[in-house]
Write a protein that binds this ligand. Structure first.
Ligand code: MG
Ligand code: MG
Length: 262
């Protein structure tokens, strides 16, 4: 199905949804400390959304699903990559790294963004993983130019990550964002050599295309599995992993607009 660019009016609303989402992430980042629970962080994000007349995109997702997600954020610690469920008994400890992912619905449009942050003093290995993953996101963003393709983004992310000795998780990807959290555009973080399945169809980027770029990176090997809670994704080898995400809009010329910036 062809991907429809957003109108300038729609982009104004998406920028506001993204800004509110950024405020929720900022509030959580400031609250991260040893001893706080992931459910307390979830409540902080939920309150920011409420104060701005927005609502959570993850809560109850997917609608009609067998195991709808029960919270505003996903909180994923250390070897947990994505989709961790906030819990009152899950307390942060000094040296942990935690991925905080939040989705906001405002005036019918979605913003989706994630950060990974350290708790207190973290190891040099963890710090390096955070830096590689965040910079990989910006490498992907720099490739999100009108006339480029989703393959250019994927290759930019993969090249940077592998140059730095880390692994791109294969199983998850960025996605179109708009009135729905997951629209048609598929934005992988890696690209196969010499194989072009339908899954990896390269899409031309056009002004007004809006999508999430979200490298999910392991300090060790790439394979992941999902826990019995139906959501939490962990690395199979127990490696530390990280996740950074922005929702962006392709510009008529030059770099994209980061919709989920503050
Ligand atoms: Mg997200
Ligand atoms: Mg996303």
């Amino acid at each position: 199905m062809p991907v429809t660019p957003k109108t300038p009016e729609e982009l104004v609303i998406m920028r506001e949804a993204g800004r509110i989402n950024a405020l929720a992430l900022q509030a959580m980042r400031q609250a991260v400390r040893p001893g706080i629970s992931t459910l307390e962080l979830d409540a902080i994000a939920a309150e920011v959304l409420r104060q701005h007349g927005a609502r959570p995109a993850f809560l109850g997702y997917p609608p009609g699903g067998e195991h709808p997600f029960p919270a505003t954020i996903t909180a994923s610690i250390n070897d947990e990559l994505v989709h961790g469920i906030p819990r009152a008994d899950r307390l942060l400890r000094e040296g942990d790294i935690i991925s905080l992912d939040c989705g906001t619905i405002f005036n019918g449009f979605v913003g989706d963004s994630a950060i990974t942050v350290g708790v207190g003093i973290i190891s040099a290995e963890a710090q390096r993983l955070l830096e590689v993953t965040e910079q990989a996101l910006y490498e992907g963003i720099a490739a999100a130019l009108a006339g480029n393709t989703t393959r250019d983004i994927a290759r930019a992310v993969q090249r940077f990550v592998e140059q730095h000795g880390c692994s791109v998780v294969r199983d998850y990807a960025g996605h179109g964002v708009g009135r729905a959290m997951h629209e048609d555009l598929h934005v992988p973080n890696w690209w196969p050599n010499g194989r072009h399945s339908r899954y990896f169809r390269s899409e031309m980027l056009r002004p007004g295309h809006t999508f999430a770029i979200e490298p999910m990176i392991s300090a060790g090997r790439a394979p992941v599995r999902t826990l019995d809670d139906h959501w939490t994704v962990v690395t199979q080898d127990g490696s530390l992993c990280a996740h950074f995400e922005h929702t962006v809009a392709v510009a008529p010329a030059g770099p994209p607009l980061i919709l989920t910036a503050l």
